[in-house]
Write a protein that binds this ligand. Structure first.
Ligand code: NAD
Length: 276
């Protein structure tokens, strides 16, 4: 999609972090915004900020794990702006817990938000975007969609699923010469509040079993790594650039693909799993 001016972008999880970075990148390119999020206060605040800067923006409280709420989001976009050109399935959550300690309630929550959210997004928005005659769907996966690191089982499952969803979609769109293109964002560490936000929205009432003596330390280590990561506005610009230049893979830390290559090499050599 070459021309962004006056086109309409819907961004889930758009009130914070990477989603907000995408919203800013799209606004800079003249797009109208529909921002969806579960955090009402953040949603109100960012929508107000965009509007006072002269950007046409609406905010919608939306839980992406609920199909009918994604449908209402699409209805709002069409009623407000007459159609949709770009969808970013970006809302996501995760908590570091080993598979043997993971509560089923947390498995369901993470997969519902991180994988079913994008599935619902594609199902509801693809016909609307195709009806515009051009447009794009981006979903946010992660490097965790390529390498399943320890203590992130549910997140890894969901993010592997998001890559499979988008790769299937993109092949099919090209095979049937659709006017819609698609891409998948696979960030490495990005400086956002995902750890705190995920704790805030976690539905499980039961505390997770202590995940060994290093559990708290691990949460702090992840947070420290994210704080040293790329800024979300840079990620937003990468996504806008990928949409403009028809790139499927959007990688914030391309050197990390070496780890993926090591996994493939081990698969080919002695069929072992690398330690990553
Ligand atoms: N931060 C990183 O290092 C990193 C790395 C790889 C992938 N990601 C992915 O990037 C995406 C954005 O995360 P972020 O780092 O910007 O975190 P963030 O917490 O800053 O932003 C996520 C937003 O999603 C919203 N949200 C949570 N659950 C929701 C739901 N059910 N429905 C609607 N909105 C919901 C939150 O309120 C928040 O505003 C996620 O999919 C995440 O998995 C992040």
């Amino acid at each position: 999609m070459k021309d962004f001016k006056d086109k309409v972008a819907v961004i889930t999880g758009g009130a914070s972090g990477i989603g907000l970075g995408m919203a800013r990148a799209f606004a800079e390119r003249g797009m109208k915004l529909v921002i969806a999020d579960l955090d009402e206060a953040a949603l109100e605040s960012v929508t107000k900020t965009f509007r006072s800067a002269g950007v046409e923006a609406v905010g919608q409280l939306c839980d992406v794990s609920q199909h009918e709420q994604i449908q209402s989001l699409a209805d709002l976009a069409v009623d407000t702006f007459g159609g949709v050109n770009v969808l970013c399935n970006n809302a996501g959550v995760g908590i570091p817990t080993a598979t043997h300690n993971m509560k089923l309630k947390d498995w369901k929550w993470i997969i519902d938000v991180d994988l079913w959210g994008p599935i619902y997004g594609v199902e509801v928005f693809l016909p609307l975007i195709e009806a515009q005659g051009e447009g794009h769907i981006n979903s946010t996966s992660s490097m965790a969609g390529m390498i399943a690191a320890r203590r992130m089982g549910a997140y890894n499952v969901a993010k592997h699923g998001v890559i499979a969803l988008m790769a299937s979609l993109e092949r099919e769109l090209r095979a049937r010469r659709s006017p819609v293109t698609s891409s998948v964002l696979c960030p490495g560490p990005i400086n956002t509040n995902i750890s705190a936000n995920s704790v805030q929205f976690r539905p499980s009432v039961a505390k997770p079993k202590p995940d060994g003596p290093k559990a708290g330390q691990m949460g702090a280590e992840i947070q420290a790594m994210l704080e040293k990561g790329m800024q979300p506005d840079e990620v937003g610009a990468l996504v806008a650039d990928a949409i403009e230049n028809d790139r499927f893979w959007v990688l914030t830390h391309p050197r990390w693909t070496k780890t993926v290559q090591k996994q493939l090499d081990a698969m080919n050599n002695d069929q072992s799993l690398t330690k990553a």
